[in-house]
Ligand binder design. Structure first.
Ligand code: UDH
Ligand code: MN
Length: 438
């Protein structure tokens, strides 16, 4: 400090003022440049198709910050050699009865607002539900007998230990879909016990298995505990408008548990998630994709073990592929969620925000493209196609990371950009990274 003083005293008063001015100018210019840089950087990451040069810069910085985690290389770990079931490359195409006329939507005998019992009223037994749905064929399939359905739909339900919910859903949904003149099959994808629940993998598996069986127009990913309140909300497929391609649909935007509010929230995630996309739109519960759409987003990420954010990840993937979420014709789509507590083997994931931050980098490598699972059993029971699968669990390294996250951040704290950088720094200092990559 003293030396600095001496240095300045060597100059006359006017030179000092000039130097001061110069320093101020340099400071202002630097701050200005920094601001412009940050703005450009943010702007580049806001846009789905940003300026290529800026985007490359953004990507470099992203890679520098995040690549150390290599989460895409930590997929699932299964025991044994015979356990891998990849996505099928071909699918059988069912023959449609082209002799029938298409069903007339105005002839559908819809009820409108529905009254239905919920717990604590017990659900009907499978026998009773079967008797009430005599036209449903084994595997839980139906096609309208007198007309040609406009849509052929695979309903995919992720499942474990929610038997009563499943009975409520089947007893509720079968009659609705029949009234809506939809050709459909209900697939229940059950995860064996022994590892954390992974809703997203089950959805991917449901898609892959349905693809093996038939050529569906669309795939409806449907939580087991959501009961539609009005059958005028039709489970139709995404429609192509005159000048645009079709978009995936979200049906369960309005749920009693969330006071029928439209849910969207700002996660406040910093780069690499583009700002626009951090204004998350809720995409969980019940969503509808065509085969092409689901393939193009590479399905769900497989890495969300435990509760939370796999649906947000799907929203980001969908956004990244340039789709908007179609919520037209959903004003009648309100739902009741059967009350439930958190499931023991589905604890809230402390990893979820970190995974979300990397969502877009992993998109091409994590999803349908690296789906692995073992079919434990597959039976066509009266009311649904029952597929039980072993999806393994997180690898020990991912598990270790998950535990560390939980210890450092708890289960529900929002993982902000700043936190993420600090934590990353901390992890690098501990040199956990080489071990994770090994
Ligand atoms: N599930 C099971 N068994 C389990 C856990 C989950 O079958 O042990 C299935 C079931 O289909 C369930 C679904 O996974 O409906 C979702 O799990 P959940 O019902 O516990 O999820 P929750 O109702 O979440 O708590 C609603 C989504 C809220 C939006 C959050 C935005 N990211
Ligand atoms: Mn639920």
């Amino acid at each position: 400090m003293e030396q600095l003083h001496k240095f300045f005293n060597r100059f006359g008063k006017s030179t000092k003022i000039k130097l001061l001015k110069l320093t101020c100018c340099v400071f202002l210019v630097q701050t200005g440049l920094l601001l412009i840089g940050v703005t450009c950087f943010r702007y580049a990451s806001f846009r789905p198709e940003p300026y290529p040069a800026l985007q490359r810069l953004v990507n470099h910085v992203d890679r520098f910050l995040w690549s150390r985690f290599h989460l895409d290389s930590i997929s699932v770990e299964l025991d044994g050699d015979d356990v891998i079931g990849y996505l099928p490359s071909t699918s059988k195409v069912a023959s449609d009865d082209v002799t029938l006329d298409f069903c007339d939507p105005s002839a559908a005998k819809l009820v409108g607002a529905l009254m239905f019992p919920l717990p604590p009223t017990p659900p009907p037994s499978y026998d009773v539900i079967s008797k009430n749905n005599l036209q449903v064929t084994p595997g839980g399939s139906y096609r309208p007998p007198k007309c040609r359905a406009r849509f052929k739909v695979a309903v995919i339900v992720p499942f474990r230990d929610r038997e009563n919910h499943l009975k409520h859903l089947l007893s509720h949904l079968h009659p609705i879909l029949q009234r809506q003149q939809i050709e459909y099959t209900i697939y229940v994808i059950g995860q064996v016990h022994g590892s954390l629940f992974n809703r997203a993998i089950l959805m991917n598996i449901g898609f892959a298995q349905a693809l093996l069986e038939d050529d569906y127009d669309c795939y409806i990913f449907h939580d087991v505990d959501l009961l539609l309140e009005n059958d005028q909300c039709t489970y139709h497929c995404p429609k192509i408008s005159d000048h645009e391609r079709s978009n995936p649909r979200h049906l369960s935007m309005s749920v009693d548990k969330f006071h029928y509010g439209t849910m969207s929230y700002d996660l406040g995630l910093c780069s690499p998630i583009p700002y626009e996309a951090t204004k998350m739109e809720v995409f969980g519960g019940v969503s509808v994709f065509t085969k092409e759409q689901f393939l193009s987003v590479n399905g769900f990420s497989n890495l969300y073990w435990g509760w939370g954010a796999e649906d947000d990840d799907l929203f980001l993937r969908t956004w990244r592929r340039g789709y908007k979420i179609d919520r037209s014709e959903t004003e009648k789509c309100t739902y009741r969620m059967i009350a439930h507590s958190h499931d023991g083997e589905n604890p809230m994931s402390a990893m979820r925000y970190l995974l979300l931050k990397q969502s877009l980098q992993r998109q091409n490598r994590d999803g349908l493209s690296n789906l692995r699972y073992r079919v434990v059993s597959k039976t066509q029971v009266r009311l649904f196609t029952n597929i039980t699968v072993d999806v393994g669990g997180p690898t020990p390294k991912l598990l270790k990371l998950m535990q560390k996250m939980k210890k450092n951040f708890g289960s529900d704290r929002l993982f902000s950009c700043f936190d993420a950088l600090l934590w990353l720094y901390h992890q690098l200092a501990e040199d956990l990274t080489p071990e994770m990559n090994g």
